[in-house]
Ligand binder design. Structure first.
Ligand SMILES: [Zn+2]
Length: 105
């Protein structure tokens, strides 16, 4: 088997195994061409593990992406919240003022 390019190593997915003994999840790294049937549970040492559909790799990259964006994202959310909150407030006040002025007329 030819040596893989370093870029390929970055793409090694994480597999997730649920333990039949303690119901914990164990993560395993393996190339797509060599997915282990089962792994030893890292929590209780049981080999009664079965692979579950893994979204761990996806989650990991998603959360790290989110973490990288977090400061900006939070600021964006903050300003958006402030805008929408004040906008709603102003709208509400306007509506109330309109209503009270309509009543007076
Ligand atoms: Zn276990």
């Amino acid at each position: 088997m030819p040596a893989r390019a370093p870029a390929d190593r970055d793409a090694v997915p994480i597999y997730c195994y649920r333990c039949g003994g303690c119901d914990c999840l164990t993560d395993a790294f393996a190339p797509v061409s060599n997915i282990p049937e089962r792994v030893v549970c890292e929590h209780c040492g049981s080999k009664e593990t079965h692979r579950v559909i893994s979204s761990v790799a996806y989650h990991a990259s998603q959360s790290s992406r989110t973490a990288r964006l977090d400061p900006k994202y939070e600021k964006m959310v903050d300003s958006a919240m402030k805008k929408s909150a004040s906008a709603d407030e102003n709208r509400l006040i306007e509506r109330m003022q309109r209503r009270s002025s309509e009543r007076k007329q």
